[in-house]
Design a protein around this ligand. Structure first.
Ligand SMILES: C[S@@+](CC[C@H](N)C(=O)[O-])C[C@H]1O[C@@H](n2cnc3c(N)ncnc32)[C@H](O)[C@@H]1O
Length: 184
């Protein structure tokens, strides 16, 4: 997707692509930060949870869209954590965005439930993490799931998101990469 001048964090997006090319890691930046800003704004979010921070592009996008929100973002790669904290501080968002270093499965149990918005962008989605995200979101909270078209465990997550009982979901792109779901 082409970046436009309406994305205030286009430089962080570009820096993430450059970092990935140099280091060969999995820091693929999400394609549409302004969409995340808009979802955060529309939901009037006060608390946002992100799985997969990389260099901070999407947590900054959420913080931009919801000026009253605090964001918890999780990342296990120490170099990504360092660079994300640097980018977040440079954007003046370090009072609102907390970067938790560690594996998703280890960090999630320590978080308090009641999030308004959650974003999964940590490579291939897995059912156990989505179950934990369901528990951490408030009823009516919004879950955005990236990488749903990766196959493997992503197929089970896709089925759970469209079970019609625990989530109300829609795919938002033609290739089925991202779903937006509301916790029922
Ligand atoms: C696709 S990138 C996130 C991109 C970021 N949201 C953005 O748009 O710039 C996925 C990130 O999740 C991290 N990650 C993957 N699996 C993880 C896990 N089990 N626990 C913590 N971090 C993980 C990777 O190190 C990587 O930085």
């Amino acid at each position: 997707m082409a970046r436009t001048s309406s994305d205030p964090y286009a430089k962080v997006h570009a820096a993430t692509l450059k970092h990935r090319a140099q280091h060969g890691c999995g820091a693929w930046p999400y394609g549409n930060g302004p969409l995340l800003s808009t979802i955060a704004a529309a939901s009037g979010a006060k608390r946002i949870l992100e799985l997969g921070c990389a260099l901070g592009y999407t947590s900054l996008s959420f913080a931009h869209g919801a000026p009253k929100a605090r964001i918890d973002t999780i990342e296990r790669d120490p170099e990504h954590v360092r660079l994300a904290r640097e980018n977040i501080a440079a954007a003046g968002m370090d009072k609102r965005i907390a970067v938790h270093e560690g594996d998703f499965a280890k960090v999630l149990p320590a978080l308090e439930a009641g999030y308004d918005v959650a974003f999964f962008d940590g490579h291939t989605p897995v059912p156990a993490l989505h179950k934990a995200l369901h528990g951490l979101l408030r009823t009516g909270g919004v879950l955005i799931t990236a990488n749903l078209n990766h196959g493997g465990t992503a197929d089970a997550v896709h089925a759970a998101l469209f079970d019609g009982k625990t989530w109300q979901s829609a795919l938002i792109d033609e290739d089925g990469e991202t779903a937006i779901s509301v916790k029922l």
